[in-house]
Write a protein of this length. Structure first.
Lengths: 160, 160
DNA sequence: ACCTGAACACCGTTCAAGT
DNA sequence: ACCTGAACACCGTTCAAGT
């Protein structure tokens, strides 16, 4: 998809439907035959990126929990522009809100399962999961050195 | 300011300069005599809201730390739309990025000071501050019940 | 089924002109 | 110093028409 490259390069808002069309070698109107609107196009790109990331995650079941989280933070940081775009759009676009909710349902469940296997007592799992998700999102959105990032994740892993 | 009400009501992106002008009883062009562009107008609104919130915070130095954080989360949640707008714009607008950085410098310092007075050991203060900021932002951006919000903040206050 | 050209309503911003 | 009307370049989207 040409849209994915453009979204990554200049961001969703700065990407015009005209430039997507140009990249795909068609006319602007053609895109509307495949996608209902620009937000639906975004969701298609998001699904594609998510599938890639999940595949990459499958190859690293062996690493330590903190290393695993660091890897996830790195992948999301590469798409930082899209992450904040999704947050902003979810507040006013039902299309994007649906995707965002499904995304969190999936990722929250994955993190919760990981915490259980790390021995976090069951009653603490929900709140710890949320704090973990918030920490990951925070690390993605605010640039810190790797040492600072590690410090936050290590601190998080002492919670219980 | 008419812009503040409109931003709160329908959001920054959905607020046209024409509607701001209408609300202020002037012409669109007039706004550009007072503000360089739409983003500068946003920053003026943000400054205004921040000043209000800081004043309100001064009246509650007595409450417990968790209550204080809950209050901050409530105020930010009221402006949730603007919060995600700022995050999204900070990535592509130097004007908004400057404000965002200054905002975090201020709020991070305030939280760090609070943590010290709660007895958090000095070497843990930076990472704990970051985790606290991330938790607040997460609570603002993801709707949870008050009980769930409290659980996250209580969990956070066990960290050290 | 797939793609286009032309148009629509709107946007932020500018500029020359007025008082 | 303050405000305006008219214009500019652009935007996402639609629609009737073509193959």
């Amino acid at each position: 998809m040409a849209a994915a490259d453009l979204f990554a390069a200049v961001g969703y808002e700065a990407t015009s439907m005209a430039s997507v069309a140009r990249g795909a070698g068609v006319t602007t109107t053609t895109i509307y035959w495949y996608f209902e609107d620009k937000e639906t196009l975004l969701v298609a790109v998001l699904d594609h990126l998510l599938q890639e990331t999940l595949a990459g995650l499958g190859d690293r079941d062996d690493e330590s929990p903190v290393d695993l989280l660091m890897w996830v933070v790195d992948r999301l940081t590469e798409q930082r522009r899209l992450v904040s775009t999704v947050h902003a759009l979810a507040g006013r676009s039902p299309t994007v809100a649906v995707w965002h909710d499904a995304f969190h349902e999936l990722t929250d469940a994955m993190l919760a399962e990981g915490l259980r296997q790390e021995g976090v007592p069951e009653p603490l799992v929900p709140a710890t999961t949320r704090l973990g998700v918030f920490a990951i999102e925070g690390l993605v959105m605010h640039p810190l050195s790797r040492a600072e990032q590690r410090a936050v994740l290590e601190l998080l892993s002492t919670v219980r």
